[in-house]
Design a protein around this ligand. Structure first.
Ligand code: PEP
Ligand code: MG
Length: 571
């Protein structure tokens, strides 16, 4: 499915136009086309509904009723864990443990002791822990879904309702949900549930883990998915991270067949990255912490092209110490010993504010003090991070490259490079601002490499917020204006023999990846889930074909035409 298909606002339930493309985060590659199913309804919760206090004499019995319900839920989960295998079994067992966790059980018992009926106590206790987990962020926040699932199961048990869960469909279907708890997804039959899509969840959520294990395409954090009614035919593209509502059936069927063929070829691809005629193009992974780097090391990724360090600290109130930072960075460096790892300094601000960065109140934060601009008012935040990266490099015996986000001028590049060289590391910058792409040749006077961030480069070139679903046709990296800026930067690198990579989502689209190579890009860095598909596609075309596709795309006037022209040239 092309991300350049017409996109309209997904905000109105039941009135989504045929062909509407909902954008999410790619989790597991592949395309499937089937009707939507959704998990069975969960109990309606209203913690504030008036519920008379339980009489003091009845409270021990109410507490016992609650304990028995939680115990029954945990026992059922343990039984299912025993029947399942692999990751499905592990997540079921982990959820069973959480169902019996003393912390929330104790909080609920305390509320019952104070007079609350068991259902109200369960809602209140779980809410309390959901708030805490959400504040902790990261992996803890992703466990919130599990906790809510336990709450719903315990309440169903307490009120005599059927256990919430996924229906068993009659025909192969696509399971769409706000988020999926492990028990919803564990034990799924991959021949009946052929893809997953969720409104919430991250790439490391249980939904993604189980989808990967089942080998079915998965997209998470899909904006507007809740508005897609049960029974609607949708196409899920786990490589591009899209859900297309009521697509043209023939186009969708062709996309599924193509994806099956590509999947077979991707499964056989082991790297290293090169075109069919031997042009070397490193295929790297984008990661956000040690766990993601270790997962990426299981794929044919040759290294890390983008380590988004700010994502390690989104929930920190205070700046992590140099030692703390060094330990986190070392985890990523250790996942790829002797390989290329590109560490990006904190890209704080806009959609990724860091509490300790001291962001000013701004009307327009995407155009404000973000990325490298933070260092203007707080140089220490940059120098301490560079010290930590150098410390991690020394501890792991590696030589990471280090790049700055949001560079706009050669002077900023020179300033950054000076600090990076001072700690003995290799400096580069991201090309995300059109001004930087246009002056890439002058920026390369100061740094050793460039990495093009097509997400922001597209946002700033098209003056369209990358978070906006309404503007998705503008925020499409196939836009010829964006490709033209990529060409300018790549040409500048080639002229002086310095590497120019792409680390935005454009590099995760196998066809666009070929075009980027044709434009002169020397490495591609994408979500780990996309690495094999990109490498395999590139390995089937020659450099000459890539160049022809790039040339054809550059002469078009729209993203859709650019993609069509490139596809023709690559066939
Ligand atoms: C980009 O802008 O393309 C990029 C890789 O950076 P981020 O998505 O983290 O802003
Ligand atoms: Mg960016």
């Amino acid at each position: 499915m092309s991300s350049s298909t017409t996109t309209t606002s997904p905000s109105t339930a039941g009135t989504l136009a045929a062909g509407t493309v909902l954008q999410g985060v790619p989790a597991v590659a592949g395309v499937q086309y089937a009707p939507v199913i959704r998990p069975g309804s969960r109990p309606r919760l209203d913690a504030d509904a008036p519920a008379p206090d339980v009489a003091e004499a009845d409270r021990p019995a109410e507490a016992a009723r609650f304990t028995a319900a939680a115990g029954a839920v945990a026992a059922r989960l343990r039984d299912r864990a025993a029947l399942a295998t692999g990751a499905a079994s592990e997540v079921l067992a982990a959820t069973a443990t959480l169902a019996q966790d003393r912390a929330w059980i104790g909080a609920a018992e305390k509320r019952i002791g104070g007079g609350a009926p068991a259902v109200t106590a369960v809602i209140g206790a779980v809410d309390q822990f959901v708030t805490m987990f959400t504040q902790l962020g990261g992996l803890m926040a992703e466990r919130v879904t599990d906790l809510r699932d336990i709450r719903d199961r315990v309440i169903a048990e307490l009120t005599g309702l059927p256990e919430p869960g996924v229906p068993v469909p009659d025909v192969p279907s696509i399971l769409c949900a706000e988020d999926l708890a492990p028990v919803d997804t564990a034990g799924l039959d991959a021949s009946l549930v052929v893809a997953l899509a969720t409104t919430l969840g991250g790439p490391t959520s249980h939904t993604a883990i189980i989808a990967r294990q089942l080998g079915i395409p998965c997209v998470v954090a899909v904006d507007g998915l809740d508005a897609v009614p049960v029974g609607t035919m949708v196409a899920v593209d786990g490589t591009l991270g899209t859900v297309t509502v009521s697509p043209d059936p023939q186009t969708a069927a062709a996309a599924v067949a193509g994806s099956q063929r590509d999947a077979d070829l991707a499964n056989q691809w082991t790297g290293p990255g090169a075109t069919a005629d031997g042009q070397v193009v490193a295929i790297l992974a984008n990661v956000q912490d040690g766990a993601a780097a270790r997962a990426a090391a299981e794929t044919p990724a040759e290294g890390v092209g983008l380590f988004r360090t700010e994502l390690c600290f989104l929930n920190r109130d205070t700046e992590p110490t140099v030692d703390e930072q060094a330990a986190i960075y070392a985890e990523v460096l250790n996942a790829f010993p002797g390989r290329k790892v590109v560490v990006r300094t904190l890209d704080a601000g806009s959609d990724k504010p860091l509490k300790f960065a001291g962001h000013p109140d701004e009307a327009n934060p995407a155009l404000g003090v973000r990325g490298i601009r933070i260092a203007d008012g707080n140089l220490g935040i940059l120098t301490r991070q560079l010290e930590a990266i150098a410390q991690a490099a020394e501890a792991t015996g590696t030589s990471p490259w280090v790049m700055a986000p949001m560079i706009a001028t050669p002077a900023e590049a020179a300033h950054f490079a000076g600090h990076v060289r001072a700690v003995g590391l290799t400096p580069g910058v991201m090309i995300e601002v059109p001004a930087a792409a246009l002056l890439a040749d002058r920026i390369l006077d100061h740094v050793d490499f460039l990495s093009i961030g097509t997400n922001d480069l597209t946002q700033y070139t098209m003056a369209a917020d990358r978070m906006s679903a309404e503007l998705a046709t503008l925020t499409d990296p196939w836009q010829p204006a964006v490709l033209s800026l990529v060409a300018t930067a790549a040409k500048a690198g080639a002229a002086v023999g310095k590497p120019v990579g792409v680390c935005g989502e454009a590099a995760a689209d196998p066809v666009l990846a070929c075009v980027l190579v044709g434009l002169g890009v020397s490495s591609l860095s994408a979500a780990a889930a996309a690495v094999a598909a990109v490498g395999a596609r590139l390995g089937r075309v020659t450099l000459e074909q890539c160049r022809a596709a790039a040339e054809a795309a550059l002469t078009t006037a729209s993203a859709a035409d650019a993609r069509a022209a490139a596809m023709t040239a690559l066939e």
